[in-house]
Write a protein of this length. Structure first.
Lengths: 240, 240
């Protein structure tokens, strides 16, 4: 049995969700409510001690880290392969997913978390102190300390936007081969990983990602949105 | 033919070097002199456009990123396997290598780069401006701007030391299973990746990594140092 604990079809939670849907694998849908801090509950921490989301539970065994989860799914369930069989292209795929984890995700997280400042700064100070004290991961706690206070500085936000521009330029240059997907001739886990972040860019920084400055990225986003598995993501949104 | 371009047996360059030696694979040794900025030369940039080191060239094809290179080597040359055949343990191995790339390496780089300040700040300002202008990677250029000026702030260095302590604690807890290597029962690419960084900690921050506060890590470092392949690394040091 597969169980996916996630926050809905956004950011790192989208990564394994889309992989499972692309492969048509049945799974138990374990949606967590981040605004109720369900991922910092003692119950969830039995599965994910540092509160990291998403996690996949496969026959009782926990698999962590969205990029690692997807390679695991693709190796255990090799039907509908999402990794190139050519080993050089498989390495290129990993360079692309690694870039998202190390560079794209932190930049987008800074801007996205800053937008949570109006929500987080309204929480009663004493209540917030208790919430922060329960956070098991030091880096996450530091992020929420910033967000629930005054948010990131103008300088930090400008640097995050600069890095987002690097990401869009990298995608434009990656798509220079003229194919539909990030690797020539094959839809792969690289497209899934980049799609976990890229839709956030035109929303949070429209000047960086539009038809004029990023025509290939914009066309790729359209192609992604018309895939059946991407359309099916809508069924996994948290109820409003 | 395999060619490895590297800076010697240290940090990310050590990662594929040790992997090749563990597997007993013959390769052309392409040692670059970082103090002469050989990795920013137009010639090297034909192979590695953003100046990233190490790279592996396999029959003319460039493979990038040390962690990706090692998975590539292990899949193309599966004799002397360095990845668990069990897929769940293989995922755990990737969680461990990913942590080094995303968290351990940046923390150690801050402290290590700061120690280059006496060297870098002695370079003539005009010459340094030219060196900086030739750096193809924006993040690397920013690092050297800092290092050649006044170095990192006390606050930045203290935060990097805090993160190094998290790394040592993670290794101590990972080794709780009582086995010799990071994964129970098998020496793997995870040990190789952690060994690319961990020897720097007792050197740069001895209070964080010694027999008293980190007994398992210290014993693991000793076990690593007595491996034949680790001893063989000495033959790949730059001439003094």
């Amino acid at each position: 049995m597969l169980e996916l604990y996630h926050f809905g079809p956004v950011a790192n939670s989208l990564t394994p969700l889309l992989c499972l849907l692309e492969k048509g694998l049945p799974f138990q849908n374990r949606l967590l409510n981040s605004r109720l801090w369900e991922h910092h509950s003692p119950e969830f921490q039995k599965l994910s001690p540092d509160g990291t989301v998403p996690i996949l539970v496969h026959d009782g065994k926990v698999v962590r880290e969205s990029t690692v989860i997807n390679e695991y799914i693709d190796s255990v369930f090799p039907e509908v392969p999402l990794r190139p069989s050519d080993l050089w292209f498989r390495a290129e795929m990993r360079v692309l997913t690694k870039f998202v984890d190390e560079y794209f995700c932190p930049a987008l997280t800074t801007i996205g978390a800053h937008q949570a400042t109006p929500f987080a700064s309204k929480i009663d100070k004493q209540e917030m102190a208790q919430i922060l004290a329960r956070m098991p991961n030091e880096e996450v706690r530091r992020k929420w300390e910033t967000v629930s206070d005054s948010g990131y500085s103008e300088e930090q936000l400008a640097d995050a936007r600069r890095r987002l521009q690097v990401c869009v330029r990298r995608m434009e240059s990656q798509l220079e081969h003229g194919g539909e997907w990030l690797l020539p001739g094959q839809y792969s886990l690289a497209d899934i990983k980049w799609y976990s972040m890229m839709p956030g860019v035109p929303r949070l920084a429209p000047e960086l990602c539009n038809e004029e400055v990023a025509p290939r990225t914009t066309a790729w986003l359209q192609r992604m949105k018309s895939r059946a598995a991407v359309e099916a993501l809508e069924g996994y949104r948290p109820p409003r």
